[in-house]
Design a protein around this ligand. Structure first.
Ligand code: 13P
Ligand code: SF4
Length: 355
């Protein structure tokens, strides 16, 4: 149980609007959301759990998604036409998702065609991508993955083809391929969408097993190998737990790596008195400290590290969404067009069907 956060008047208004909407409303909250928002979530989760939860609520007329744009798009794709998905602030994007545009990915596919490898390459996109990139993967025999099933998705992809084009997070792709699947760093190349031919020769492309898109998370990109060395020197016996969006050298030095849901489960299962340095977004790390007072939880880096776009969803925005819905107005609805929905759903369903 978390202490209620923020302005009592706004809290009361959010509660009232939520009550008025009853079962017509379902509120999803990603683990990086602020406490003041997360207290109103019917379910919290990582992006995989939230996608599944959205798909499992056919009775909810309105799904208010407290998270970022690509998550709300995925929820719209996985829910019926009758349901409406609302993102309380439309400016809540994801800088990583923005690092791969549809045109760039189409161009990259042409590069692979010219190198003679498109036919043996399976595109896999991280959930953190726009709906049209997911649709691209659906159309070209590929799938979506999240940080909680990347290995299973890549195992599946390597059964379908010889190579994978992994979009848009190079770190999740590299960390999964090298640390979980036994590929070597030399099996991976980085495709730079801002350079002719991705900055690669045809020979490099033909030799690679993993073609990693040159994208990253600006929040997780801030953690360094030195941060891990520092905390180990300062805090003997510390457990280092990081998200797989961190750089390869950080993940290599960590003790545990996994999605936001995994990070919470890991802390839940940890013995009382243990100490944890966590390399992920600060709202979650702070909450972990409050949730597990019998354990010491610290942030892996010394400066604050919020995800600024996740933080755009605050209590005033949530109140506006809920009160508008209660008054019969749908504000900030996220809709994906039918053609994109069809193909993106093909790619998402491949993920949901993974063993
Ligand atoms: P999770 O799927 O682990 O929740 O990660 C989503 C995300 O955006 C992390 O930066
Ligand atoms: Fe995107 Fe990084 Fe924020 Fe996650 S933490 S939503 S990957 S910018």
């Amino acid at each position: 149980e978390l202490p209620p956060a923020s302005d009592p008047e706004l809290v009361a208004r959010a509660r009232k609007a939520k009550e008025a909407l009853g079962d017509r409303l379902f509120v999803l909250g990603h683990h990086y959301q602020r406490d003041e928002v997360i207290q109103f979530a019917d379910v919290t989760g990582d992006s995989f759990k939230l996608a599944r939860e959205a798909a499992a609520r056919p009775e909810a007329e309105f799904i208010v998604f407290c998270g970022v744009h690509f998550m709300a798009e995925s929820a719209d794709i996985l829910t019926s036409d009758r349901q409406k998905v609302i993102l309380p602030d439309l400016a809540a994007g994801c800088s990583m998702a923005d690092m791969a545009t549809f045109d760039q990915v189409e161009e990259a596919w042409e590069v692979l065609e010219d190198a003679g490898i498109a036919g043996v390459t399976v595109p896999v996109t991280y959930m953190n991508s726009s709906a049209d990139i997911k649709a691209f993967c659906g159309r070209h025999g590929g799938a979506v993955c999240t940080s909680s099933n990347a290995k299973r998705a890549l195992d599946w992809a390597f059964e379908q083809g010889e190579k994978v084009l992994f979009l848009p997070d190079q770190h999740l792709g590299r960390n999964t391929a090298v640390l979980e699947m036994g590929l070597s760093l030399d099996d991976c190349v980085v495709y730079n969408p801002h350079r002719p031919n991705g900055g690669l020769t045809d020979e490099q492309l033909r030799n690679a097993k993993m073609i990693l898109w040159r994208g990253h998370c600006s929040v997780h990109g801030r953690f360094t190998a030195e941060n891990v060395d520092d905390v180990r020197a300062r805090v003997p016996g510390v457990n280092v737990l990081v998200h797989p969006e961190c750089r390869h050298e950080v993940v290599t030095k960590a003790d545990y790596v996994g999605s936001t849901e995994y990070i919470i489960k890991q802390l839940e299962a940890a013995p009382a008195g243990s100490t944890w340095a966590v390399g992920t977004e600060l709202n979650l790390v702070r909450r972990l400290g409050a949730m597990f007072p019998d354990k010491t939880v610290m942030f892996l880096e010394k400066t604050v590290c919020y995800c600024s776009t996740m933080n755009r969803i605050d209590l005033p925005h949530l109140v506006r969404s809920l009160e508008s819905l209660a008054a019969g107005q749908v504000v900030n609805q996220i809709t994906v067009d039918p053609e994109t929905t069809h193909w993106a759903k093909v790619a998402l369903d491949r993920m949901l069907a993974l063993p």
